[in-house]
Design a protein around this ligand. Structure first.
Ligand code: NAD
Length: 526
């Protein structure tokens, strides 16, 4: 059986033609995939039940030992083969991402395809170093002369469950380090955007990966839950609500879980900031991918003296954004809203803000169809009684709030249950770094935003309700492993001094040693 026969199949092409005609009801057990920019159906995939997920996981389990035995160098070579496939097939991959996500080809190219190509090289190069045995030098006198080594071994079958906003980066992107660590992986892409993952499975087969090493289980939440019931470890990216459900389910089997969840990321502009750069960053990272980025800039706090000037620049820039169905590169800046319920959340947040006194300076409404678009929107007169300042909006909405000073900005920035990314803009970089360190978030940038995500060697993760664990860096691959500490005694006496029978003389000796070592009252260092 080929790798592709084992997994979900897609009908129709991602670029536009539907397998069963647009508007046709999907067959039982199939999920329709819609192009959110046109409203057309672009394909159908299987809704896999628990039985099929169990078969896929079993097959992955059988493939895993052989994959692990291949070793780092051979796995790294296959990663490069796959990267070559991605580059050769880049147009198909980008078309698929644009068709199922309604995003611009620029976003598909840079935030999905580029990221994954870079990650294939990075983990290919770095996995062996990050997972090398670590020699420990024990300090306890009881361990004198003993060798202690910590080693990492693959968890087994890793389930990667992903969201719809970055179907390549946040699904296959997380599979790459898991595979390099020697695991087999079963991906469960979002039911809203499953087609690109099936394309990845085609690439994996073409690149020469052994059968069963990477498979795709298509379907909705039930399919994901079935994967949680079978896999040895779960890497989840998605909403905080689902993340909590997954933790509860995984707790039944006590399997490890790593979570990358939602955010409400703040951006602070101090009066000495380069306002043009700060405004460009705020506009780019609130509107890119229609604001459907976990670490999008979702709220801005600006010091009073530069508030009017900053708002003026942002309004000018947002008013000139081109929105529409993505076509050729360079045609539009902002694409569609991928997920139907999300546009309703965006509408609700803006309505709630306006009802409580906010002003809409640009946009503020859903665009007429076809397709699902929300106009790039700028709000002022906002405060923390409004949903748009405290709940994840996940849409093209930028609320801007005036603050007295940096302290008030930090206080408001930290008034959140999330903690994913954050930014502060100031020409005084030392002050910027001091403020960045006061922000309660897993990541903080000075005079920048989001770009830290591209540092595969630096941990990226959220605090609070934004997640548990990290991706990237050493922990980003060690989390896919179980850890084993190996102790070796090369030369040992037949009988250790602490062994039975207990003797008074030995107890006295240890009592003396304890007093000698730790029996003096400590003196405070001046
Ligand atoms: P979601 O939680 O609705 O779905 C994510 C995935 O979980 C989907 O594949 C879905 O089918 C699956 N799922 C749903 N219920 C499940 C269950 N009970 N058991 C197992 N799997 C289940 O999230 P979404 O709407 O697809 O994605 C948007 C969210 O993802 C936003 O909150 C965004 O901030 C977050 N996100 C976070 C990051 C990050 O790195 N922190 C990156 C991208 C997106």
């Amino acid at each position: 059986m080929s790798a592709l026969e084992n997994q979900g199949t897609a009908t129709g092409t991602a670029a536009g033609t539907a397998g069963q005609g647009n508007g046709a009801a999907p067959l039982p057990g199939r999920v329709a995939v819609e192009n959110p920019a046109t409203g057309q159906t672009v394909g159908y995939v299987d809704e896999m039940d628990a039985g099929r997920v169990a078969l896929i996981v079993e097959r992955a389990r059988q493939a895993q030992p052989g994959w692990e035995a291949l070793g780092f160098a051979e796995r790294a070579h296959l990663m490069k083969e796959l990267r070559y496939w991605f580059v050769q097939n880049r147009k198909r991959v980008i078309d698929s991402l644009v068709a199922e996500g309604g995003k611009t080809p620029e976003d598909a190219m840079l935030a999905d395809l580029w990221y994954v190509c870079d990650a294939l090289g990075f983990w290919g190069r770095s996995a062996e170093r990050y997972l090398a045995d670590e020699r420990i030098r024990p300090r306890s006198p009881f361990l004198l002369g003993k060798k202690i080594v910590v080693r990492y071994r693959p968890a087994g079958v890793v389930g990667v469950i992903g969201p719809w906003n970055y179907p390549l980066t946040n699904t296959f992107g997380d599979a790459i380090p898991a595979l390099m660590a020697g695991n087999a992986v079963v991906m469960k892409p979002s039911e809203v955007t499953p087609l690109t993952s099936l394309l990845v499975a085609e690439g994996v087969e073409a690149a020469g990966f052994p059968d069963g090493v990477l498979s795709v289980a298509t379907g909705s939440g039930e399919t994901g839950a079935a994967l949680v019931d079978r896999a040895d470890m779960i890497m989840f990216t998605g909403s905080t609500r689902t993340g909590k459900r997954i933790v509860a389910r995984a707790a039944e089997r006590l399997i490890p879980v790593s979570l990358e969840l939602g955010g409400k990321d703040p951006l602070i502009v101090l009066s000495d900031a380069d306002l043009e750069r700060a405004a460009n960053m705020a506009v780019q990272w609130s509107m890119s991918n229609s604001g459907q980025i976990c670490q999008a800039v979702e709220r801005v706090y600006v010091e009073e003296p530069v508030y009017d000037q900053f708002v003026g620049r942002v309004v000018e820039k947002v008013s000139h954004l081109r929105q529409g169905a993505p076509g050729a590169t360079g045609a539009v800046d902002v694409g569609a809203m991928t997920f139907p319920p999300q546009i309703e959340i965006v509408e609700r947040h803006v309505r709630d803000a306006v009802d409580k006194g906010a002003q809409v300076l640009v946009g503020g409404r859903r665009r007429e169809g076809p397709g699902r678009f929300y106009e790039p929107t700028v709000l002022t007169g906002v405060d923390h009684t409004m949903e748009v300042m405290i709940e994840e909006t996940f849409g093209p909405v930028l609320p801007i709030m005036k603050v007295r000073d940096a302290d008030e900005a930090v206080k408001l920035a930290n008034d959140t249950r999330y903690g994913l990314n954050s930014s502060v803009f100031t020409r005084d970089v030392e002050k910027g770094e001091r403020i960045a360190r006061r922000l309660d978030a897993g990541n903080a940038c000075v005079n920048d935003a989001l770009i830290n995500y591209l540092a595969h060697d630096a941990p990226f993760g959220g605090t609070g309700e934004s997640g548990l664990g990290v991706r990237h860096g050493p922990q980003g691959i060690r989390k896919y492993c179980s850890q084993q500490t190996v102790l070796v005694t090369r030369f040992g006496p037949k009988r250790e001094p602490t062994m039975f029978p207990n003797k008074r003389v030995m107890s006295k000796l240890f009592d003396r040693i304890m007093v000698l070592l730790w029996g003096r009252r400590p003196k405070r260092r001046s």
